[in-house]
Design a protein around this ligand. Sequence first.
Ligand SMILES: Cc1ncc(COP(=O)(O)O)c(CN[C@@H](CN)CCC(=O)O)c1O
Length: 426
Amino acid sequence: MTTSQQLFEKAKELIPGGVNSPVRAFRAVGGSPLFIKSAKGPYIYDEDGRSYIELINSWGPMILGHAFEPVEQAVRDAIQHSFSFGAPTRKEVEMAELIISMVPSVEKVRMVNSGTEATMAAIRVARGFTGRDKIIKFEGCYHGHGDSFLIAAGSGAMTMGVPDSPGVTKATAADTLTAPYNDLAAVEVLLENNHNQVAALILEPVVGNMGCVLPEPGFLEGIRSLCDKHGVVLIFDEVMTGFRLARGGAQERFGITPDLTTMGKIIGGGMPVGAYGGRRDIMDMVSPAGPVYQAGTLSGNPIAMSAGLAMLRHLNDNPGVYSRLEEIGTKLHTGFSNSLAKLGLPFTINQIGSMFTLFMTERSVSNFADAKTCDLPLFGRYFHAMLERGVYLAPSQFESLFVSVALTDELIDQVIQANEESLTVA
Ligand SMILES: Cc1ncc(COP(=O)(O)O)c(CN[C@@H](CN)CCC(=O)O)c1O
């Protein structure tokens, strides 16, 4: 047995499924998960000393590559002054100022500790602001593990086959309405049939959690105008797309202004950080400014703020990062497409910037139903073939890849070669 396998056997005795987040368990692809010992730049290293080219990057945060020195140094400096005070700090002011300068729709922002906390708080604020109870989400979108979101959820919920989780009460589920992604007409029907009852519509402006799925032309514009027409708070869940698809996230790239934005991943630089923010009139509903309660012992933690500030400052001051991410995404897309053509495989690739998914289906993928036509056993064989060739993909068909700027042209070519070989043997 490898060290990873030994650790996994022990972990399964101690931790549900042997992991602290389900998608890590390799359930969707079979086999035993790698236990990672360290990482640097574009590589991760497992407990058995094997190295892999990294295309997950901790599901998004490590956009600058692992162990990026300015972030590491910021944390080294911060830990000399204790880890947490539970009191306001200068860094939280600097973080709020920086986020607001990078995302113009955010007039006020509250730091929390995960994307899940951010989305849970955002819909609570929207409900408090509108006095309405229902929310609309899209099938296959994932907004964290809050009860209201585990209805037709994507990511791990979809991967594990439980998009509607047990433990979520019927009463809670009744307040969550769902529609197919990219289906404006379905949203219009929901709004007409639930007149003045819908507080918020939350969506991934580019979906990562059923694999990468793009909004069709006019979809986001249509959602915006429907929300305006019906007095619904529009929440862009940019936990994944924020600071990745552009300096100002998907809303900058697509030119659509949401009322609230939820953030996470990159803003923590790898530390546990989430945030929600948006219109001042809505955010001033949040305690202690307003009556909507939300709190957190470690919210705005000085170590996490130090890491997040260092990462966001680098992204803010180096726009070349985004042009390089576009270049990497395009090179991978082109290389993978050429291999599919060469092998006569009719599979679908969705890619935008540094988000990318090769779907094992010949259907175009623009919603949950399309994504579910993928050949999952084939994906599992492909995943392991890539792993054997030293490329670390997301262990699920229903996840996006997240490249970092640490991926050199030489490594891109290696990934493209590994892909062609893996498609051949899978
Ligand atoms: C759009 C979006 N919104 C919210 C979340 C939840 O964030 P966290 O609570 O995991 O920090 C996520 C979390 N993403 C998954 C990856 N698909 C996290 C990986 C995992 O669950 O282990 C997200 O993608």
